[in-house]
Design a protein around this ligand. Sequence first.
Ligand code: D5M
Ligand code: FE
Ligand code: ZN
Length: 481
Amino acid sequence: MKKELSYALNYALNKGFQIHPDAFKILENVDVRKLEKIIKEIVREKTKRKLFQINQDDLETYLGIKEDATLRNEVRVISDPTDKITSGEGIKGYNALFSSRFNKLKRIISDRPESRMLKSAASIKTAKSDDDMYVCGLVTTRNTERNITKLVLEDPSGSFEGIVFDNELQKTAGTLLIDQFVMARISLGKNSGFIIKDLILPDIPDQAINKSESEVYAVFLSDLHIGSKYFMENEFLEFVSWISSPDPVARKIRFILIGGDMLDGVGIYPNQNKELVCQTIEEQLKKAEELIDKIPKNVKIIIMPGNHDPGRRALPQPAIPKKYNSSLWEKENVIMVGNPAVVSLNGVKVTMFHGQSIDDIVKTTPGLSYDKPTNVMKHLLRARHLSPIYGSQTPIAPEMEDLLVIQDVPDIFHVGHVHRAELDMYKGVLLVNSGSWQKQTPFQASVGMVPNPGIAIMVNLKTFQVFHENYNTNSDNVLQS
Ligand code: D5M
Ligand code: FE
Ligand code: ZN
């Protein structure tokens, strides 16, 4: 116990006072320089009224941090893959997945006027029109050779091959991901091939954002990696105790979102056990529970898994399974969801996705990199898909329905995974990459990955103003925006 705190407590005890444990919890978080004055004043006041206990209410009243009961904290889970996962296997499942992807995205793009002129890949082949035509499909091949780019798109009727000559359009073509949905404006070339004249992505419309009527804050976290040697436990504890402090922003926090990799997991990479302080999932979950128990109960906590958490690895991931007997599932203020998930916080729509696909996308797309994850997030919104590339490093389960299509346009898009906290905006949508609470690992150092851990991003859901608390003592460690 800090010496200022024990001095203040002894003062009250010597005057015959009892101190309620809840009051004690608040005192622990009060600025030590103010403790003596606070206790002396409360003791004087209550002695006059012949009341010899100091409780939570006394302190909250004194500090002006009495909970504002008018602040709403409604969570509605709009979409969660957990109960929809069927784990279809084999080629049948894979066909169904792609046909679901195509149909969902075609429906999304049909809001555009050009889509009325869409033709199927099969019917294009016999078309004799001199006018421009439109075709859409999933990209199966993208090849650039001798200054031309060849694209092959596939729709349920068959495949279409076209050539891009225009330099600017070739750049756009170069950013297309394999298996991504796109619509092309095409015309018949001189020697019966097709020329691609424009490439149109489903994209999102400009947004008028939904706002919360209550002035409450949501905190965006991810990649705690509890159980890892490199989890910044002390910094995280400092942040958790700040949530209970009299700070005016802290007093209005009603939601915490954890966007995956809450745990470091077990057996995720070779020799991981050498970098773990908790060797089992059960131990790691227990530690997570202890941390979560320190958060006030009026804060709703939404927990989504990432690639380090238990459950299946392939996307979409179900919520962390109940089989580890974790009491997390029983806590009234904790909501367990799968990855990806869409939740509404007092009416503000948040799409949460851990971000596994970022690894594949930065590898194959010119201009995108790990240091600007929000640019990759914009790419995903334009593609209206969270993980377009199938069969690369990011495992995707052959589900009957493609649950990774971005069906709902969110107000906030929350992603993690790359351990770089960054903020941006795209067409009215607030983009949050929530960074991490894990120091640079030897692996990350070996590939030159520089995280900026220890930053908590929070958003005022009424005004969309963004705040952050930085618990990293390294002065180079800043939030990007
Ligand atoms: O991943 C944190 C970041 O580090 C993420 O961008 C992937 C990258 N990473 C981590 N491990 C590997 C391996 N083994 N190969 C390639 N890239 C990797 P996290 O999910 O926290 O481990
Ligand atoms: Fe991570
Ligand atoms: Zn991750």
